[in-house]
Design a protein around this ligand. Structure first.
Ligand SMILES: Nc1nc2c(ncn2[C@@H]2O[C@H](COP(=O)(O)OP(=O)(O)OP(=O)(O)O)[C@@H](O)[C@H]2O)c(=O)[nH]1
Ligand SMILES: [Mg+2]
Length: 476
């Protein structure tokens, strides 16, 4: 693995590769200005910080390659804390690549993934949570994930961690003061207060840990797996949700043999919608394999959409699927309600959104009652009842109702550090209750503090740093 050598001046194409009006090639490091100066038609050595110059980029034969605007940022007032030069050239694939190569020939090194941000962190321009938030912000796929990343970038997570630290430090100081005067044992009253205060911190840290599940949902989305017996309308539901004819639909039982997956955005959230083969006792080898795959998807699904055919009675196949389901993450969907009496669906326009009669659910009676908490009635064919289904999906999506102002942890690294910190904290609380020597308690509290510091970026090994930043995009 290449190493992130901080002494080098680095260069990268910082805009996406493609055709656009402009592209930016960015240099950072102690030689950034002199390198840019040698490849530019104008003298920029004395250009003031945060000012621009218009001129030509010159190749090694001093021939003009492109006209460009250069912006100079002088250390320490730049993103990385080093001298930075941003070269804004024309946005063609080839021209951008050429300008980038010229910077390398003039002495810069191609930057590694996340190297600009890593330097910003190493030069204390941002802490580690903020560095990580930058990548989250870039890769955010929905507005909630974007807001969570922005929150973190603004330093709200670090602030919260520092609050925990401050409270623990005060307690350590108190305990250590007592260590210095061993004859004065902690009074019961102050011991109880300490236990109370530490327990409150422990509870608050646990609360933050609990936001990780939601954070993961924001970042990665959830899988929505459509399952059911054959011919109940699973593929029709997939098509209705996607508003396109993705899956083959026929009246032949066992039409779908393979697992179909499509990305879906609903209420700003990301999902992977999965259509599966109808589950039944199959004799055909292909269908058997399809059913095996359906069962695997069902097992891994975050939310299950169980489709039932309301035009017929439940059968053994339906009931066998019930047993495999976790009712908390299942939505039971009575499909084909257009075939039930009284007829409630007027032959209205089907695409793209359908105005639904409000009392759709109450106007039709399904043949049987089922024991599921989340039940909706729809017609996949007529695309009716989907709004109710979508709100139910939304309800099951978040364990707690996410407020975008809330601090949410989205990195596994943060979760691990918080849990490790909690372990020491809880041990200290127990020891305090059991009158264990205060020295041990102070040591545990200090270990707890150290784990919290890791989140912000203190006491982080080079390996960990490399693993964090290597997931970034080049040029960031
Ligand atoms: N009337 C009516 N027919 C429907 C509805 N949904 C599906 N169907 C019909 O039911 C039949 C089966 O639909 P599919 O979507 O292929 O069912 P499936 O569950 O994917 O079937 P397999 O892949 O074979 O397991 C087709 O003839 C559909 O047109 C509905 O809401 N109303
Ligand atoms: Mg199907």
């Amino acid at each position: 693995m290449q190493s992130y050598n901080q002494k080098d001046t680095i260069s990268a194409i910082s805009t996406p590769i493609g055709e656009g009006a402009i592209s930016i090639v960015r240099l950072s490091g102690k030689d950034a200005i002199s390198i840019a100066d040698t490849i530019f038609s104008k003298d920029i050595q004395n250009l003031k910080s945060k000012t621009a110059a218009l001129g030509n980029i010159l190749d090694t034969d001093k021939k003009a390659v492109d006209s460009a605007v250069l912006i100079v940022y002088r250390a320490p007032n730049s993103f990385t804390g080093e001298d930075i030069v941003e070269i804004q050239c024309h946005g063609g694939r080839l021209i951008t690549q050429k300008v980038f190569e010229i910077t390398l020939l003039a002495g810069a090194r191609a930057s590694l993934a996340g190297e600009f941000t890593m330097r910003a962190f190493l030069n204390k321009k941002i802490d580690l949570t903020q560095a990580e938030a930058i990548q989250d912000l870039i890769s955010a796929k929905n507005s909630l994930a974007m807001k969570a990343a922005k929150n973190q970038l603004e330093g709200h997570l670090s602030k919260k961690i520092k609050e925990f630290q401050k409270k623990i430090v005060e307690i350590v100081a108190f305990i250590e003061a007592n260590l210095d005067f061993p004859e004065e044992d902690l009074q019961d009253a102050s011991k109880n207060t300490l236990v109370e205060n530490l327990s409150q911190i422990s509870k608050d840290i646990q609360k933050l840990v609990d936001t990780f599940e939601d954070g993961k949902v924001l970042k990665e989305g959830l899988s929505l797996c459509i399952v059911g017996a054959v011919n109940v309308g699973k593929s029709s539901l997939m098509n209705a949700i996607l508003k396109k004819d993705r899956a083959i639909v026929t009246n032949i039982s066992g039409t779908t043999r393979d697992v179909l997956k499509e990305d879906l955005k609903l209420n700003e959230m990301l999902y992977q919608l999965i259509d599966t083969a109808g589950i039944r006792k199959a004799s055909n080898v292909i269908e058997k394999e399809g059913i095996k795959r359906s069962k695997k998807e069902l097992k891994d699904a975050d939310i299950t959409l169980l489709v039932l055919d309301s035009s017929r009675k439940l059968n053994e196949e339906d009931r066998q699927i019930f047993e495999k389901l976790d009712s908390k993450k299942t939505i039971a969907i009575w499909n084909k309600i257009d075939l039930l009496e009284p007829k409630v669906i007027e032959p209205t326009v089907v695409e793209p959104t359908v105005v639904e009669p409000k009392s759709l659910d109450s106007k039709v009676e399904t043949k049987e009652k089922i024991d599921f908490e989340n039940v909706v009635k729809i017609s996949a064919k007529k695309r009716e009842g989907l709004t109710a289904l979508y709100s139910m999906i939304e309800k099951l999506t978040f364990k707690s109702k996410i407020s975008t102002n809330e601090i949410i942890i989205t990195q596994k690294r943060h979760k691990i550090a918080l849990i490790d910190s909690l372990k020491y904290l809880d041990k200290a609380i127990n020891d305090l209750k059991n009158d264990i020597s205060h020295e041990f308690i102070a040591v545990d509290l200090k270990s707890s503090l150290l784990e919290l510091s890791k989140i912000i970026g203190f006491d982080i090994t080079e390996d960990i740093l490399t693993s964090i930043f290597s997931n970034f995009c080049i040029g960031k």
